[in-house]
Design a protein around this ligand. Sequence first.
Ligand code: NDP
Ligand SMILES: CC[C@](O)(C(C)=O)C(=O)O
Length: 337
Amino acid sequence: MAKMYYENEINEAALKGKKIAIIGYGSQGHAHALNLKESGFDVVVGVRPGKSFDQAKEDGVDVKTVAEAAAEADVIQILLPDERQKAVYEAEIAPHLTTGKALMFAHGFNIHFGQIVPPADVDVFLVAPKGPGHLVRRQFQEGAGVPGLFAIHQDATGQARDLALAYGKGIGSARGGLLETTFAEETVTDLFGEQAVLCGGATALVKAGFETLVEAGYQPELAYFETLHELKLIVDLMFEGGMETMRYSVSDTAEWGDYVTGPRIVTPEVKENMKAVLKDIQDGTFAKDWIKENETGRPRYTQYKEEGANHQIEEVGRKLRAMMPFIQEGKKKVVIK
Ligand SMILES: NC(=O)C1=CN([C@@H]2O[C@H](COP(=O)(O)OP(=O)(O)OC[C@H]3O[C@@H](n4cnc5c(N)ncnc54)[C@H](OP(=O)(O)O)[C@@H]3O)[C@@H](O)[C@H]2O)C=CC1
Ligand SMILES: CC[C@](O)(C(C)=O)C(=O)O
């Protein structure tokens, strides 16, 4: 089994006393900045004027422009959207990336696909929590932690590994465990997971199930509970104790579905499709397409986003969730972008 790093074996000395600039205050940015601050580290946030800037101020964080934060920091963590990192890096960060500083990421996209090429005399590494930023924050506050990956791209000072581990501990990820990887492995597997399984595959499965029931004449509210709401409860069981715990809690009839009906849905052809998606990610086809989509003003992204928001499952879900105050309580902790 691969070596995991946990809190008690990590010495924070390398990072203590250093100024950490968190560039961006969105999903990951707010979580890293607040968790690090509460872990006793010296944090400054760098972000453009606007919603995030105002939020950081309201949260009591020291907030400056990107250039100012980058200039005064020893460690610069870029938590901007991947597709905007290159431009902001070149204009506002690179001029302040002097010898011996550290440049960080939470995802290897821009280094792996050659969008950002840092100078050789700085450390370059990533610490990537394996979960959405709002959960990185929420779990930290609850005394838990989202596990994370770390990878070293350049170790100019000889301290990159110690810095990465201390940073991972500071954001709470060492409570769940830190696993060492490479930029290449993190980038490919993260893109594959989100595109094929977590944010692509899972939503496609849920929508197909919902549509199948509604098109067959069943009530949309019932279809919502059956295919989306209950999925969270089933995944919670798998999260807590693996598939074994899910199988223990569901009926034997439902468990039969795991063995017999599931493979009728996720057929060997689906795995072939997954392999094709993985290949596109590995050979850069996916990255090229996403970069082009952004350079041309995101026409498909904008259209799909609107279609997604107007899907019947979303309309029904909004109404049903409004009647469940306990879910509303959870939502308050998440800033909907
Ligand atoms: N979302 C997640 O949970 C995960 C993300 N990651 C990685 O973390 C990184 C950050 O992603 P994520 O947290 O989703 O990003 P978000 O979209 O949530 O936040 C982006 C932040 O960058 C700011 N920003 C955008 N453009 C600029 C600009 N030109 N100048 C200054 N600030 C700007 C935004 O401010 P404004 O409000 O002004 O737009 C916002 O504060 C990415 O590398 C991503 O791959 C890794 C693991 C999980
Ligand atoms: C699953 C989506 C993710 O990769 C993540 C939360 O890790 C992302 O980029 O947001």
